[in-house]
Structure formats: structure tokens, C-alpha cells
Design a protein around this ligand. Structure first.
Ligand SMILES: O=P(O)(O)OC[C@H]1O[C@H](OP(=O)(O)OP(=O)(O)O)[C@H](O)[C@@H]1O
Ligand SMILES: NC(=O)CC[C@H](N)C(=O)O
Ligand SMILES: [Mg+2]
Length: 489
């Protein structure tokens, strides 16, 4: 998983994952709504952005490195004709950080034109690529997404759409939420464990399949429902509806709990839960497990906000007097792409990003709430900043368990040697970041706030046990190779 992505990975925090869109409209061109949907998903990937449309005869494609707003101008959108389309914003997890791996991927083959947008990460991409290459498939990239595109294309030569996708799902392992376009038919599919989110929205004149419901809101549409783990959804070309095929059914799913903790927008609804409310519940659980009644509690913006609001509500219900304060200000113009080669530069990055309001903390005992600690840079710097601003005590509360292992499912977090919790106890971390106390949230509290069984979550990064069979790692389950298929094949 160490690849070109490492070169520009931000040195603090977590990098993002990808966002996918698929749209089928009655008559209107799909490019502009796809562009708006990508804007709504920008937080999921900032390295490249792309749209592929189909006008009933041929595909049109525009894929560029950079942010959505920079990747397209009006003439690019105008040139993308056709009422069906796919979109993608990328943060690489596999394959190069350049245009060769930017998505949506397009493949022209005997069976027509295929487009593909992928959020997730395959764990057997090399194996499938070798097999396809041996049968004459020529690859233009070293990424995992092109492997999926070629495999579907191969299957489409022998089977109809549904069977072709199902065969590919039997062959590929790992996490994937895909939007696919074969000629002018748009589809969405979620891996059998449902690791990455994917939902269906209804617009006035068509349907959309996308990573997060906030993108549907942006288009003025209504969330219909999530695509189920192992389900394929095929949109009608004329925008009038969709057909759904439950291709795989598993006893357990493996939803990424970090979507709720950090990645997804708080205004998105995933599996019927509003992410904002889940984060507030995580904050409430944090108070219940390790609350400390300091003078003030402050969120680390942006993602710590909902946690701190739930935490302070629960504290007040318990009769505590801790005062909620937005005592850390974030410079919203600090991007993620500047290079931070040294520890000194990383520290400066945090100082550029966050600044305490002195009067909020001076002479006070303070609790800082964040959603997670990855490398520890943010907490380390913040504790020091808040102390420098005059705080007498600084306590840190984290709304997720300690991240002690890498993610192989589409979040390019960090390698083990970069993760502060990989080989340190909570008390050692507390000492390193210089806090008076430090507490993480338990895994059970996370499951309860999300409203899922622990067994239905992917907890690999906090337990070191993964729901997929990954070389050199342990798995938390009997790894089922594609199982109980409901459609015949
Ligand atoms: O321990 P570290 O390596 O510093 O990483 C942890 C931090 O990274 C994330 O925030 P980020 O700054 O990426 O973005 P946000 O503003 O969306 O919270 C996360 O919310 C933590 O604050
Ligand atoms: N972050 C993602 O979901 C990445 C998708 C795909 N593995 C890529 O690297 O392009
Ligand atoms: Mg943060």
C-alpha cells in the first residue's frame, strides 16, 4: 500500500478516501449535476477529479489532477454531453498519484464502452491483474480500479450486465463502492461486506447513486436508501427508476466505523443514521466513559465539534458545570497538499491551522476533544498551544479507540511506524503529547453510538484484526470467499 500516494500525504491527520457518483437523467445533460455532486464530495478526495458521460452513441471524458473547482471550466462541462454520467474525486490508496490512475476509468472494448469510479481498495488486485494480463488485457495504470474495469469488460463479452458484475465480485476481494457505466446504463454496487458507503437518490428528472447523501441534497434530490452490501443497482437509461439485484448475502458486514467518526460529512445519512447525531452520541459515550469536569471543553475543529457538543450535553445532564467553548480557531485556507517533509514543518502546519483564543483558556482547566489521534501531531501541538495560552490543566478526550494498525480498505492513514498508538500505551502517549490525562473511547461504545453490532463493523485499524484476508495480517472472521449468491450464474 506504500505507493506514490505517500509522496504528498499530509503529515498530520488522515488522508481522505474517494467519492463516487453515477447519474441517469431523462433528458438533461448529466455533466453539470455530476460536477455539483463532486463538489459536495470534495472532502473525500483532493488529488484528482473526473467526469465521464455517455450521449447514447459514445463516451466523453474529462479527468484532471487537482480539486473539482480547478479541474473543470465551463467549456469542459459543455463538452461532456449525454444524460448519463459518472464522477469521481480521488485520494489514491493503490497505484500512482498521477493522471494514469485518475478516475473515472474508461475502457473501450468489443462489448462497448465502460466507465468505472471506485471508492475502496482491493486486496488481490495484483493477482487479478496478472491473470488478465496473461489473457491479453493491456493496462495503462498500476492501480486497482483499472483491474476491476478490465474484469467486468472481460465478463461482459460472455454474460449480461448483472452476471458480468457478479462474476467480477466473485473474483475481486477487498472494499469497493463502485459506480459503473456500460454504454448509457449506470449502475452502483457495494462490496458484500458493505465497507464503503453508497446510496441512491431521486431527482426531479432522474436518479443518482453516490457515496454520501449530502451530494443528493446538493442536487435538490431525496435520499431513497442505501445500496445494500452485495447489492447491484441498475438505473434506467431514461431516468425513470432503477432495478436492484441482491447478488451476495453475508451473515456479517464490515462497515467502516471511521466514516461515522471522521470521513463522511456530518450532514450525510449512512445506513439510516445521520452522521452528525452519531458523532454527538460518540461524544456522549465519551463523557460516560471518561468525562472530566474541567472549566471548559473545546472541540478541535472541524471534526471534533459534534463530539464536544454531545460530550458537554451529557456532562450537563449529569450536573457537571463544564462550559462548552469554541476556543480553537481554524484557518480554513490551510490546504492539504503542501509538502511537510520535516517534523518542524508538520508542527508549523498545526500552528498555521489552529490557534487558541487566549481568554477562553487562560487560568482554566481545559478538555480538548478530537475525533482521533493518528500520528499525534495535532494533539501534541494543541496541548502545547493551549498551555502556552495559559491553561492550567489540559485533558484530552478522543471520540474513537486508539488507531494502532493501518487501513487497507481505502483510507490511506499511515503505516504502523507512523501511528503513535502502534507501539505505545495510552499513558505513554499521554506523556508524549504532554496532557494531564488522555482517554480514548472503547470499541463497544463506538458500536453502540453507530447502532450496529460490533461484528458488523470493520475495526481493523483499532484492533489489528481485519474483515478481509490480508497478507501478513490477522482476520477477525472466517474469511468467506464470495458466498451465498442469490442470482443464478
Ligand atoms: O494525530 P494526527 O496525525 O495529527 O491526526 C489526527 C487529526 O487529523 C484529523 O484532522 P484533520 O486536521 O485532518 O482535519 P479536520 O479539520 O477535518 O478535523 C483528525 O480529525 C485529527 O484532528
Ligand atoms: N481512496 C480510494 O477509495 C481509492 C480508490 C482506488 N483504490 C485508488 O487508489 O484510486
Ligand atoms: Mg481534526
Amino acid at each position: 500500500m506504500e505507493d506514490g500516494a505517500g509522496a504528498s500525504r499530509p503529515a498530520t491527520g488522515m488522508t481522505e478516501k474517494c467519492g463516487v457518483v453515477g447519474i441517469s437523467l431523462a433528458e438533461r445533460d448529466a455533466a453539470l449535476p455530476t460536477y455539483y455532486a463532486l463538489y459536495a464530495l470534495q472532502h473525500r478526495g483532493q488529488e484528482s477529479a473526473g467526469i465521464v458521460t455517455h450521449d447514447g452513441f459514445q463516451q466523453h471524458q474529462h479527468v484532471e489532477m487537482g480539486l473539482v473547482g480547478d479541474a473543470f471550466d465551463e467549456s469542459d462541462i459543455d463538452a461532456l454531453t449525454g444524460s448519463t454520467g459518472l464522477g469521481h474525486v480521488r485520494y489514491p490508496t493503490e497505484g500512482s498519484l498521477d493522471k494514469s490512475c485518475a478516475q473515472p476509468f474508461s475502457v473501450s472494448f468489443r462489448g462497448g464502452a465502460l466507465g468505472l469510479s471506485h471508492n475502496g481498495n482491493l486486496v488481490n488486485a495484483d493477482e487479478v491483474r496478472d491473470e488478465l494480463a496473461a489473457t491479453g488485457h493491456a493496462f495503462t495504470s498500476d492501480g486497482d480500479t483499472e483491474v476491476i474495469a478490465h474484469d467486468i469488460a472481460r465478463n461482459l463479452l460472455e454474460a449480461d450486465l448483472v452476471r458480468a458484475v457478479k462474476r467480477t465480485m466473485e473474483r475481486i476481494h477487498g472494499s469497493y463502492a463502485l459506480t459503473i457505466m456500460h454504454d448509457d446504463t449506470v449502475m452502483g454496487v457495494r462490496d458484500p461486506e458493505g465497507n464503503r458507503p453508497l446510496c441512491i437518490g431521486e431527482l426531479d428528472d432522474g436518479y443518482v447513486i453516490t457515496s454520501e447523501s449530502a451530494a443528493i441534497d446538493t442536487l435538490g434530490g431525496d435520499l431513497v436508501r442505501d445500496v445494500q452490501p452485495g447489492e447491484l443497482v441498475v438505473l434506467h437509461e431514461d431516468g425513470t427508476g432503477f432495478d436492484a439485484y441482491q447478488l451476495f448475502e453475508r451473515d456479517r458486514s464490515a462497515h467502516c466505523f471511521f466514516e461515522y467518526v471522521y470521513f463522511a460529512r456530518p450532514d450525510s445519512v449512512i445506513d439510516d443514521e445521520l452522521v452528525y447525531e452519531v458523532r454527538r452520541d460518540l461524544g456522549r459515550e465519551l463523557w460516560a466513559e471518561s468525562g472530566v469536569d474541567t472549566d471548559v471543553v473545546m472541540p478541535v475543529p472541524d471534526s471534533g465539534r459534534a463530539f464536544a457538543s454531545g460530550y458537554s450535553d451529557a456532562a450537563h445532564e449529569d450536573g457537571a458545570s463544564v462550559e462548552f467553548a469554541e476556543g480553537l480557531m481554524k484557518n480554513r485556507y490551510v490546504g492539504r497538499t503542501f509538502i511537510m517533509p520535516t517534523q518542524e514543518a508538520r508542527e508549523r502546519a498545526v500552528r498555521l491551522k489552529l490557534n487558541p483564543i487566549r481568554s477562553t483558556v487562560e487560568g482554566k482547566s481545559v478538555t480538548i476533544i478530537d475525533d482521533s489521534i493518528v500520528r499525534g501531531t495535532t494533539s501534541n501541538q494543541l496541548v502545547e498551544l493551549v498551555r502556552d495560552a495559559g491553561a492550567e490543566e489540559v485533558h484530552v478526550r478522543i471520540g474513537a479507540p486508539a488507531i494502532l494498525a493501518p487501513c487497507y480498505m481505502g483510507i490511506n492513514m499511515a503505516t504502523r511506524d507512523e501511528l503513535i498508538a502502534a507501539d505505545k500505551s495510552t499513558d505513554e502517549i499521554r506523556e508524549e503529547i504532554g496532557a494531564d490525562s488522555l482517554s480514548y473511547l472503547s470499541v463497544d461504545a463506538v458500536a453502540s453510538a453507530i447502532g450496529k453490532r460490533r461484528d458488523d463493523l470493520c475495526l481493523g485499524c483499532v484492533t489489528g484484526e481485519y474483515p478481509y484476508d490480508i497478507d501478513g495480517e490477522t482476520t477477525d472472521r472466517e474469511v468467506e470467499r464470495p458466498g451465498v449468491a442469490s442470482a443464478d450464474d
